[in-house]
Design a protein around this ligand. Sequence first.
Ligand code: SF4
Length: 67
Amino acid sequence: MTSEATEVARVGLCLRCAWMRRVVSGRGSRFYLCGRHRHDPTFRKYPPLPVLQCRGFDPNPTTDPAE
Ligand code: SF4
């Protein structure tokens, strides 16, 4: 499995969502922040991964091949 495929499997839907922001720690760990949390606290700031279904999913046209 490629590292990209591994990331897709590990992160799920957030990887293709316009609201996701990658956060990289000083030690190089990657976290996936949900930008919807800022406006709607029913969304977790750091959702448990992988996210397989989400009512807030908004396809990012630059990363979603379906767009
Ligand atoms: S809206 Fe859903 S799919 Fe998009 S970043 Fe937030 S949790 Fe992930």
